[in-house]
Design a protein around this ligand. Structure first.
Ligand code: URP
Ligand code: ZN
Ligand code: ZN
Ligand code: ZN
Length: 474
């Protein structure tokens, strides 16, 4: 017999352990693990490299429409290309329901954008903005059956956010159908109140974005979302947690027996609100919600990753161009922070940042890295064990990391459509030098080997958390 690809002499890291062995790949899957395996038509020598599961980024925004002519910097082509170069083989972008439209209508449009354009595998979450009785009673159960098994709801953003009664009925529909709900937790009324105060006082520069979205607004909404989920008795995911107080709400809910998963993102480990204060409106580059906080919050988020409050580390890639009338510096965005589109790019830098700052600096080990960047995403969102693990029978989605390669992150070398990276100049050690997608070498030493459209759409099963361990863990 002969494998399609043989990978030799690598150090294999999974969420459970690190071993030295060879990998045989056939027909897009991992066919054999062991020593002295038969030859492959293509042989890869992974001496000195770590072989890890392909990254799964379960929080990505691509081609998401906004009402006011603002255009996202990435579509499926550039967004998945950027993801791939950053060591990801699967991403989960959000399909946004428009008010007055159905979820199916949103999906039809979103699939059309993705079809034939992807460089990674993709699967969609649905953002529910208009939870009508038919959406809740008919659409969601049918969509779960069709493999759309996760929903996001917003507690902030006028026009998108749901009221508490709407969140309750969405959670209830999720419970009945077996969908998993992700919640963006910030108190919109408190933020509106503070925005009014700031504008009255003429404080309109980018730093006001952070002061009008304080930790208390996130903590309160986190507590409320957790309480609503407990009332319905259904698991939830608290996405993009930025600080200790929100983390403590998650820990307390778990102590009460609630099934809750927390997610944090690179921006909460690496940026602070001071970045919003850079000269010449450049702070707009760092406007995202929740906003980056302070040094103490960064330390807290690292603790959350180390100690298991967070099971997920995602990018929340939500790219806008900076110097562009359709981006951060749109005509209104130049007049007040409140019109600067929310979101920052990060799908390509997510893994190198955690590898360098986490693994190489000894904060987390390789198994924890694999869990936080791939395995837990697969388990939580119904892709395991097809994805997220190096095991016989799983899709051959692999990334070879060179732990000795040091690079300075700079926008010039990234593949996204944004004209900046928030991490410009950051030195990272460890780089994803080779990426294998479904048994095909997709990136080799930085060179793209894959054709656009090679990425597939993945229907998903129900979450492992729906009926999972009572302590809420994965
Ligand atoms: O500012 C952010 N995070 N924009 C993306 C949308 C969201 O809230 O996740
Ligand atoms: Zn074959
Ligand atoms: Zn959000
Ligand atoms: Zn997001």
């Amino acid at each position: 017999m002969m494998f399609d690809i043989g990978i030799r002499n690598g150090r294999i890291g999974t969420a459970s352990d690190v071993t030295m062995c060879d990998i045989g790949i056939a027909d897009g899957r991992i066919a054999m693990l062991g020593e002295a395996l038969p030859p492959g038509r293509e042989e890869i020598d992974a001496t000195g490299l770590y072989v890890l599961p392909g990254g799964i980024d379960s929080h990505v925004h691509l081609s998401q429409p906004s009402g006011d002519g603002i255009v996202m910097a990435d579509d499926f082509e550039s967004g998945t290309l950027s993801a791939l170069h950053g060591g990801n083989t699967t991403i989960l972008p959000f399909c946004l329901q428009q008010k007055g439209s159905t979820l199916r209508e949103a999906l039809t449009g979103y699939h059309a954008l993705a079809e034939g354009n992807c460089y990674t595998d993709v699967s969609f979450h649905l953002i529910v903005t208009d939870p009508t009785p038919s959406v809740l009673g008919q659409e969601i159960p049918a969509l779960v059956e069709d493999g759309y098994t996760s929903l996001k709801v917003f507690m902030t953003y006028e026009g998108l956010r749901l009221r508490d009664d709407e969140i309750l009925s969405t959670l209830d529909a999720a419970k009945t159908s077996g969908a998993l709900v992700m919640v963006h937790c910030e108190n919109e009324d408190a933020i509106r109140f503070l925005i009014g105060k700031h504008e009255e006082a003429g404080r309109v520069a980018p730093p006001a974005h952070a002061t009008t979205r304080p930790i208390a607004a996130e903590r309160e909404a986190t507590h409320r979302a957790l309480s609503l989920a407990e009332i319905v008795d259904v698991p939830i995911v608290i996405v993009h947690v930025s600080n200790r107080e929100a983390m403590e709400e998650i820990a307390r809910a778990r102590q009460r027996g609630a099934k809750v998963v927390g997610e944090t993102c690179p921006q909460y480990l690496m940026l602070t609100a001071d970045d919003l204060d850079r000269e010449g409106w450049e702070g707009a580059k760092f406007v995202c919600s929740p906003p980056p906080r302070d040094k103490a919050s960064q330390i807290a988020c690292w603790e959350g990753l180390e100690q298991g409050i967070f099971d997920l580390y995602s990018s929340d890639h939500c790219p806008f161009r900076f110097d562009d009338p359709e981006g951060k510096l749109n005509s209104r965005g130049k007049t007040s922070f409140r019109w600067i589109p929310n979101g920052i790019p990060g799908v390509e830098t997510r893994l190198p940042i955690l590898f360098s700052e986490g693994v190489m600096k000894g904060r987390i080990d390789l198994p924890r890295f694999a869990a936080l960047t791939a395995t837990n995403h697969a388990k939580l969102y119904g892709l395991y064990p097809q994805k997220g693990v190096i095991a016989v029978g799983s899709d051959a989605d692999l990334v070879l990391w060179d732990p000795t390669e040091t690079r300075r992150l700079t926008n010039e070398y990234l593949h996204h459509g944004a004209d900046y990276t928030p991490y410009e100049g950051l030195e990272v050690t460890g780089w994803p030098v080779t990426v294998i997608l479904n048994g095909v070498v997709a990136v080799d030493q930085g060179a793209l080997k894959l054709k656009r459209g090679a990425g597939r759409y993945l229907p998903r099963r129900r979450s492992a958390l729906v009926g999972a361990r009572p302590d809420g863990g994965l």
